[in-house]
Structure formats: C-alpha cells, structure tokens
Design a protein around this ligand. Structure first.
Ligand SMILES: Nc1nc2c(ncn2[C@@H]2O[C@H](COP(=O)(O)OP(=O)(O)O)[C@@H](O)[C@H]2O)c(=O)[nH]1
Ligand SMILES: [Mg+2]
Length: 424
C-alpha cells in the first residue's frame, strides 16, 4: 500500500498527536516517537520536544474500507500513542488508563508509583456499574496483557493494539504469552504495518516467523560405515517404545539399513516383551541390558550395523534418582543422538519441568507424540522455543510404522495456524 511519511513536532506527545490528526486526518498512523532537544548552548537550556513520524496513506490506499475489527479498534483506541510503541512506563500506563476510562466512561485513578506491580495493578471495577459489553472488555484485557508482555519482555518492539486478535488466536492455540509476543513483535518489525492490517497478509507473515522460530534436525541421519546409536528417553507412557518401533521399521524396511534394538527398560517385564514383539514382527535382533556394563557388551554385538535404537525406562520427571541412574547408563552408551520424547497433550508447565529435569541427559532433539490427541499445537512451539532444542519427529497416532513424520518448520506453522494434525 502506498503511503507518505511526515515528521511532526510538539511540546508533548499529545500536542504532536493532535497536530497529526488536524493535518492528516483519521487515516494517519504514528510509526514512531522520539524525544528531541532544540536550541540551547552547548547542550544547556535546550528545549525538549517530542517528534513523531507518521504515515499517511495516499488517496487510493486510504479508500480501502476498513474491516469490522479495524473499525472497532479505531473507535476504541483514539488516543496518543495508539499505534506507537509504548516507550516508557508512563506512556504505557497512560494508554491503559485511557482505554479503561473510555470503557468505563469514568475516571480511573493512576496506579501508585513504583515496581512492576504498579503496571499490573489495574483498578477493580464494580460489576453493577460496568456498562462495557463483555466482548469489548475482553478485547481490552487482551490488548493490555499483550502490551504488558511486550513491555516486560521486548522493550522497543512495536505492536499496535489492533493486532490483539492475532495475539489472542495464538494464545487460544496454546502458544505461551512470551512466545506469542515475540512472534507478533517479529511480524510487526519485519513488515509494513499498513499491509499487516490485511489479516491474510498478517497470517502469511506469522507463518514465516513461526518457520523461522522452529529448528529441526531433519530426522536421524545415517552415516555410511558408522553405526549410529540413537536413544529415546522421556516420561512413562509418552510413546517411546511405539515410536522406536516405527523408526526401526522405517529404517529397516524403507532404507534397507541394518537396524538393531537395545533396551535397558528392565524395570517392567512387559516393557521388554513389548519391544520384543516389535523386534520379531520387523525381524530385527534385540539386546537387553540391565546396566552400563551390559550396554557396552550389547553394543559390541551390533558392530557393523547402521543404526541401533535404544529404548529406556520411562520415569517421572520428578524422580531425579531414576534420571540420574539413566544418565549413568547413557554415559556408558554414549549415543550420537538422544531424543527426548514428549506427549503433546501434556500441560505446558509439566512439559517445562520434563525438559528441565531431563536436560542432564543432554537431549539433542525433541519428539512430540500424540498430536492426534490435542489441537493445542502452540504448546509445542513454545516448548521448542524455550528449550532451545530442535524438533526431530512428530507422532500422530498408534499405527506402526506409519504414524510418524520427520518434522519440518512448515508443518509446525500449519499446525499452529490451521490447527490441523500433520496427517492432514
Ligand atoms: N494416540 C496416540 N497414541 C500413541 C502415540 N504414540 C504412542 N501412543 C500410545 O501410547 C501408549 C504408550 O506408548 P508406549 O510406546 O508404550 O510408551 P512408553 O512408555 O513411552 O514406551 C501406547 O498405547 C501407544 O500406542 C500417538 O502419537 N498417538
Ligand atoms: Mg516403553
């Protein structure tokens, strides 16, 4: 969309903003604000001004009819700094106070000074005097929250309140606040704000930013002539054994690789038997190791193989003793890759504690299972971003060997933005 940029100065932000409205009308948008000093001698006695850079759409562009959402935001956000980044706490607080005042049509006292709590402590309203429609109140709450997160975690990231619906969609899909704010901040930073008003364009840019955020391994890579050892670890029942069987079948059947199975999950007899069933069906040799010494011995039996997949006992992330024991076994095995297996329908905070407590096993990637049992794919995105680990595979069902896919950034973006599982 074509537009022209102007700089306007005023004694205060409010004054500059009023000039902008008077001169350029309702379509002008504040792109940035800054403090400037004028006159004075050697830096003394200079007068302080606020300078705003505004963008004004050229007539053809301005003729576009705003969407219902845009109109609603325009009606409810006509205040200084509407589309500018809040640069200071004062400015930020003012935006919130103004918005609340308009919602309540009554003055809202300034929050008391000092500390982050001042930003968070918004005055409580009595429900019986509250005339604001529920919908509008929720939207304002989202805007406030989005600004708070941005303000706290991405100072300087410009995010006009009109993009709050996108923020809310991300939260509904399970994306953590911080990740959502980072994504939207990146979208706004890397694109023309006027273009982003078009929801389709915004979604496209968001797709790009999600793809940028997601790192992947591309799956297990075989190294000709070298036996790769890959261990799967994680909590109980997440699908380690089932997905190990899927990988084994795919490498043995499709890639014609020499694959061996090794398990040190001897806590439960059934666990060994479960893997043995798969080993027999696929026709693969299997070794059982009870401790670090036996692991070394078992690995010798697989000399000359292309790939050894190692199953491990599952355990609660809070059973640190068991994790420590497994660390000893993995220390002896020295796998080339250690894949931490996580179940996607798990609550985000539990996933965080799994990642944090299994970190000592030095996982090289994450494998998310049970994507068919959730639509909160945003959780996966946030955990990946927070863990700083790449994604290797995604499991979308119980079928061996079909229900597993090598993860790609595009797949992850589709999941988050379209809410479909990766079979779709
Ligand atoms: N719906 C669904 N179930 C799965 C998936 N992956 C594994 N499972 C099931 O989860 C259960 C536990 O799997 P298992 O491999 O024994 O977990 P482990 O304890 O981590 O080894 C089994 O019933 C699997 O069939 C998946 O992607 N989707
Ligand atoms: Mg198992």
């Amino acid at each position: 969309m074509s537009q022209r940029f102007y700089k306007i100065r005023g004694d205060t932000l409010e004054a500059a903003y009023r000039t902008m409205r008077a001169k350029y009308g309702a379509d002008a948008v504040v792109m940035s604000t800054r403090q400037v000093a004028e006159g004075g001698i050697l830096g003394w006695f200079a007068r302080k001004h606020v300078e705003i850079t505004v963008s004004v759409p050229l007539p053809a562009a301005a003729a576009r009819t705003p969407s219902a959402a845009e109109r609603k935001y325009a009606e409810n956000s006509a205040l200084p700094g509407k589309t500018a980044t809040p640069r200071t706490r004062e400015e930020f607080e003012q935006i919130i106070r103004e918005a609340q005042r308009r919602m309540n049509s009554q003055p809202v006292p300034a929050p008391s000074a000092g500390g982050a709590s001042a930003v968070l402590a918004f005055p409580k309203r009595k429900p019986e005097t509250d005339a604001a429609p529920e919908e509008l109140r929720r939207e304002m709450q989202d805007i406030r929250e989005m600004l708070q997160v941005l303000y706290a975690e991405h100072p300087g990231a410009g995010l006009p309140p009109e993009f709050a619906p996108h923020y809310r969609t991300l939260l509904h899909r399970g994306v953590a606040r911080k990740t959502a704010a980072a994504l939207l901040g990146a979208v706004v930073k890397n694109a023309d704000p006027a273009m982003l008003r078009e929801p389709r364009i915004f979604t496209e840019r968001l797709h790009i930013e999600i793809r940028r955020m997601v790192k992947v391994t591309g799956g297990i890579a075989l190294h000709g002539g070298q036996c790769r050892l890959v261990a799967l670890c994680g909590p109980t029942g997440v699908g380690k054994t089932t997905n190990l069987a899927k990988l084994a079948a795919q490498f043995a059947v499709q890639e014609r690789a020499r694959v061996g199975l090794l398990t040190c999950d001897t806590y439960r007899v059934a666990a060994v038997e479960q893997l043995r069933v798969y080993a027999n069906i696929i026709g693969l040799p299997m070794q059982v190791a009870n401790d670090a010494g036996e692991v070394a011995e078992a690995l010798r039996a697989f000399r000359g193989f292309d790939l050894v997949l190692m199953d491990t006992p599952g355990g609660s992330q809070f059973n640190l003793e068991q994790i420590h024991e497994l660390k000893g076994v993995l220390g002896a095995a020295r796998p080339h890759e250690t894949i931490l297996v996580l179940s996607a329908p798990t609550q985000a905070d539990d996933l965080r504690s799994v990642v944090s407590n299994f970190k000592c096993l030095e996982p090289t990637s994450l494998l998310f299972t049970k994507l068919d049992e959730t639509r909160q794919y945003g959780t996966i995105l946030s955990i990946l971003a927070e863990a700083g680990l790449p994604l290797s595979y995604m499991s979308v069902g119980q079928n061996v060997p079909d229900d597993i896919a090598v993860a790609t950034p595009g797949m992850m973006a589709n999941l988050v933005l379209e809410g479909k599982d990766s079979r779709g």
